[in-house]
Design a protein around this ligand. Structure first.
Ligand code: SF4
Ligand code: FES
Length: 256
């Protein structure tokens, strides 16, 4: 890692009071930002300046600040989570920028993710997709089988684990020209479809989750693949192929 430097930056940030009022890009400047700062720390410094001047701070979503929770949903210089591969916005550092740079910061843009304020969007559509089937029912009769006693092929366990790495950040939707939620939904279907524990509810799960996804207003998948490129957790397009197979199987079974 190189020595710490200080950056002076121009920021163009989307400001929008609420979902029903038009927003616009507003110019700001920040000075002496350490290259060792995180991107969110840089925004904290800007907000500190704004509060001292009696202006409204910029609203943005964040929680864990370590790449786990999926809440730091920022579109930076035209890319979800900004420059860099396999990282969330909170894992982005200012060393990725140069002195004098202009940085564009926008919210996720998708009909199903309406802006709440400034850079914060309402992503509860994802919660409703999960509630439609992203769970397994567990036998609580006292005769429950220990999960570790169920043999699972290693390849299936690994693929399920990889699918379960999805943090629900919504970058896949934000980058997709159709605002499709297929990568997210397919990861959530796959993590159960690959495991014996997910089999009893498999048909109901995929049909209900896809129906909810459509109801929320996400667009169709046209296999562009931008979602896989921008996903911070490396969720593979293979999950979308699996979801399509699960959906076909469940649809045919429903007709029988
Ligand atoms: S599939 Fe990737 S980009 Fe989409 S919500 Fe999950 S972690 Fe985020
Ligand atoms: S704040 Fe939790 S993933 Fe970025």
């Amino acid at each position: 890692m190189g020595a710490e430097k200080k950056l002076n930056l121009k920021l163009k940030i989307w400001r929008q009071p609420n979902a029903n009022t038009k927003g616009k890009m507003v110019d700001y400047e920040v000075k002496d930002i350490s290259t060792a700062s995180s991107f969110l720390e840089m925004l904290d410094i800007l907000n500190d300046q704004l509060i001292r001047k009696g202006e409204e701070p910029v609203v943005f979503d964040h929680d864990c600040r370590e790449g786990i929770c999926g809440s730091c949903s920022l579109f930076i210089n035209g890319r979800p989570h900004g420059p860099g591969e396999g990282i969330t916005t909170c894992q982005l550092h200012m060393r990725s920028f140069k002195d004098g740079d202009t940085i564009y910061i926008e919210p996720w843009r998708a009909k199903a993710f309406p802006v709440i304020k400034d850079l914060m969007t309402d992503r509860t559509a994802f919660d409703r997709i999960i509630a439609a089937g992203g769970y397994v029912s567990v036998n609580t009769s006292g005769n429950t089988i220990d999960g570790n006693a169920v043999p699972i092929p290693k390849d299936d366990a690994d693929a399920a684990f990889n699918a379960a790495a999805c943090i629900g950040c919504g970058a896949c939707v934000a980058t997709c020209k159709n605002s499709s939620a297929m990568l997210f939904t397919s990861a959530k279907v796959s993590q159960f479809a690959l495991l014996p524990q997910g089999k009893p509810e498999a048909e109901r799960r995929v049909l209900n989750m896809v129906a909810q996804m459509d109801k929320e207003g996400f667009g169709n998948c046209t296999n562009t693949g931008a979602c896989e490129v921008e996903c911070p957790k490396g969720i593979s397009l293979e999950n979308i192929a699996r979801l399509n197979r699960e959906f076909m199987k469940a649809s045919v079974a429903g007709e029988g």
